[in-house]
Design a protein around this ligand. Structure first.
Ligand code: PLP
Length: 381
């Protein structure tokens, strides 16, 4: 008997985990527009429009802005391989999974890595980072995660940029969960390399990593001793995305670019400030409701991130089982702890179109229903 041909029938989900988030129907629709070749002049105008819109969303008036065709992790790696050379020193703030990942990638790149650590749920203080920089004035770069998705902590990036303003050291920021979800002003804050991804607050499908590079970082790139790995070479990519006539680098993912174009139109027509406020309002509602139930938020009260809320799983409750039931019975995805040493937690993402009080209430109703069947500690208060 012949093996049947499988049908593609993914179930409907409300995606309220750490990302990806649900994609607006208009963004999916954009991917049905006529396919163009990557060397078609009509596409090249679209590329410029995407770059212009990204500049407005990153608030980066100069330097280089473009979306890399890769994951958020690869956007992180692109920053490291472009801005660091063999043996260069980098100071990395580690207070969760993604800070650790930056340090790991830098080590693999043969950088000298100095870490400044804080516990899960805390933020590495800017004072501690500046003290590390005083001890290591030769550091070529300081790297922080603006929005630590593994803990729900937001780093005070504007203040760090201001403190580092007169230093010769570059500042790299992971803006994967902050771009278009919380206030971010890469140009004014003096960030030299910011990277993000498409699947979080931009609410497009995963697969691209928008980056913003300062003039100063570009200048350092131009004077490197050694070449950058070809696929990540920002100066070569600039020749396709920005310079005209274009120079072929690789075949661009045309339909993903249409999706990003549509998602960026959505962000700008809503207005950045309104979008940040909507994320903040949804998160404030969620945080209040979580605490009213006697549950504990993981992140320090002073550094809570709007798009991602981490909730400690109460003693005696099987967090993974609850997460599984919320998915199987209510069709809602929430996350768990990330990495082997993470404390037991649920991670609730309210990003893009899901950043609303209504969505927060749907997640809470599902959690309540599942927790009703769990032992008493979860329901205290
Ligand atoms: C803060 C942060 N940095 C980096 C990444 C890596 O992105 P990706 O999974 O697209 O590689 C993520 C993904 O969740 C993230 O939340």
């Amino acid at each position: 008997m012949e093996t049947p041909i499988p049908q593609l029938q993914p179930p409907e989900r409300l995606l309220c985990g750490p990302g990806p988030t649900n994609v607006d129907p208009a963004v999916v629709e954009a991917m049905r527009k006529p396919m163009l070749g990557h060397l078609d002049p009509a596409l090249h105008e679209i590329l410029h429009d995407v770059v212009d819109m990204l500049r407005r969303v990153y608030r980066m008036p100069d330097g280089l802005v473009l979306p890399l065709h890769c994951t958020g992790t690869a956007g992180m790696e692109a920053g490291i391989v472009n801005l660091l050379e063999f043996g260069d020193k980098v100071i990395v703030a580690q207070c969760g999974f993604f800070g650790r990942r930056i340090a790991e990638i830098a080590r693999r790149q043969h950088a000298t890595v100095v870490t400044v650590d804080a516990d899960w749920g805390e933020c590495v203080s800017n004072d501690a980072l500046m003290a590390a920089l005083d001890r290591h004035p030769d550091a070529r770069m300081v790297a922080v995660v603006h929005a630590e998705t593994s803990t729900g902590v937001e780093h005070p990036l504007a203040e760090l940029g201001a403190a580092m303003r007169d230093r010769d050291t570059l500042l790299m920021a992971d803006c994967v969960t902050s771009l278009a979800g919380v206030p971010l002003d890469v140009g004014a804050w003096g960030v030299d390399y910011a990277y993000s991804c498409t699947q979080k607050c931009l609410a497009a499908p995963p697969g691209m990593s928008p980056v913003a590079v300062s003039e100063r970082a570009l200048e350092r790139l131009r004077t490197r001793r050694t070449p950058v790995p070809f696929s990540f070479d920002l100066l070569l990519l600039e020749r396709y995305w920005v310079e005209r006539p274009v120079t072929y680098h690789h075949t661009a993912p045309i339909l993903a670019i249409y999706a990003l174009h549509e998602a960026l139109c959505g962000v700008l027509s809503e207005g950045l400030e309104q979008r940040w406020a909507r994320h903040a309002e949804a998160a404030a509602d969620l945080h209040r409701a979580i605490e009213l139930r006697g549950l504990e938020l993981l992140a320090d009260a002073d550094h809570r991130l709007a798009p991602l809320t981490a909730v400690r799983v109460p003693d005696g409750v099987d967090g993974k089982a609850v997460q599984g039931q919320v998915l199987s019975r209510h069709g809602i995805e929430i996350g768990g702890g990330l990495g082997p040493d993470a404390p037991a937690m649920w991670r609730i993402g309210l990003m893009g179109q899901n950043a609303s009080v209504d969505t927060a209430d749907r997640v809470l109703a599902a959690l309540d229903a599942v927790l009703m069947e769990e032992p008493a500690p979860a329901l205290a208060g």
